[in-house]
Design a protein around this ligand. Structure first.
Ligand code: DX5
Ligand code: ZN
Length: 219
C-alpha cells in the first residue's frame, strides 16, 4: 500500500503543531519526524519532548526516523512521546536485533534504515521481525539533497526477498523524492515515500501529495 510521509524537516519549526495539522488536512498518511543527534549525523534537530508536544495536534501516524548513535537507549522515550513507527540505523552503535525487539515490545512498528553506501545483507536475516526497511536515497543529515539512483538495486533485492518469503514488509525511501524520482523508487519496489522539500516547498501541498501518490501508483 502506498503511503506518503511528509518530512517536517522542511516545515516551519516555529509552527510545528499547525504544520502537522496542515499535513493531515492535505491528505498525508504519515508524518515523518527526523531526529538527529549531531553525532550519528552532522546535524541536530529535535527529540522526544518536541514530538510529544505535537502528538495531540493530529492523528497522523508518527513515523520517527532516528538518526542517532544509541537508539536502543531512547526507544521508550519515543514510544511515550507518541511514536507509531520507530526506524533506526543499522550503522548505529546499538545491536540491531535487540533494538528491533525493544521497539516491538513497546508496541511500535519497527524499521531499520541503511545509508546509501550500506548493503542490506545485515538486514535480510531480520526481515521477518520488521515492519519496514528504510533505504536512504541521500546521505542522512540534511533535507533538500539530490536522489541517488544507485540505491535502487538494494530496493529491488529487498522487494524480491520480501516477496519470496511471503512477507508484508514496507520499503520506505527518504531523500530527494519528488515528481521526477518517486516513479523510479516505486518501480524498484518502494511503497512508502518520504518527501520534505517537495511537499512543504509546493505552492499546494495537498496537490503535491496527490501527485506523488498517483505517480507512485502507476509506476
Ligand atoms: C534526511 C532526512 C530526510 C529529509 C528529506 O536526513 O532523513 O527525511 O527530511 O528531505 P528532502 O525530501 O527534502 O530530501
Ligand atoms: Zn528521514
Amino acid at each position: 500500500m502506498i503511503k506518503i510521509s511528509p518530512s517536517v524537516l522542511a516545515s516551519d519549526f516555529s509552527q510545528l503543531g499547525s504544520e502537522a495539522e496542515r499535513m493531515e488536512k492535505c491528505g498525508a498518511d504519515y508524518l515523518h519526524l527526523d531526529v538527529m543527534d549531531g553525532r550519528f549525523v552532522p546535524n541536530i534537530t529535535f527529540g522526544a519532548p518536541v514530538i510529544k508536544s505535537i502528538r495531540n495536534r493530529t492523528s497522523l501516524v508518527f513515523d520517527v526516523h532516528l538518526m542517532i548513535d544509541e537508539p536502543l537507549k531512547y526507544i521508550e522515550d519515543f514510544k511515550k512521546a507518541g511514536a507509531d513507527i520507530i526506524t533506526f540505523h543499522v550503522e548505529s552503535s546499538s545491536p540491531a536485533e535487540e533494538t528491533v525487539d525493544k521497539i516491538r515490545e513497546c508496541g511500535c512498528k519497527a524499521g531499520i534504515s541503511v545509508k546509501p553506501k550500506t548493503g542490506v545483507e545485515e538486514i535480510l536475516p531480520l526481515l521477518e521481525k520488521l515492519d519496514m526497511v528504510l533505504v536512504m536515497t541521500v546521505e542522512p543529515g540534511f533535507g533538500g539533497q539530490s536522489f541517488m539512483p544507485e540505491t535502487m538495486e538494494k530496493i529491488k533485492t529487498l522487494r524480491s526477498e520480501i516477496e519470496r518469503r511471503g512477507l508484508s514488509v514496507d520499503i520506505q525511501v527518504d531523500g530527494g523524492i519528488n515528481e521526477k524520482t518517486v516513479e523510479i523508487a516505486a518501480a524498484a519496489g518502494a511503497n512508502v515515500f518520504v518527501a520534505g522539500s517537495a511537499v512543504f516547498g509546493a505552492a499546494d501541498p495537498a496537490k503535491e501529495i496527490e501527485k506523488l501518490r498517483n505517480l507512485a501508483a502507476k509506476a
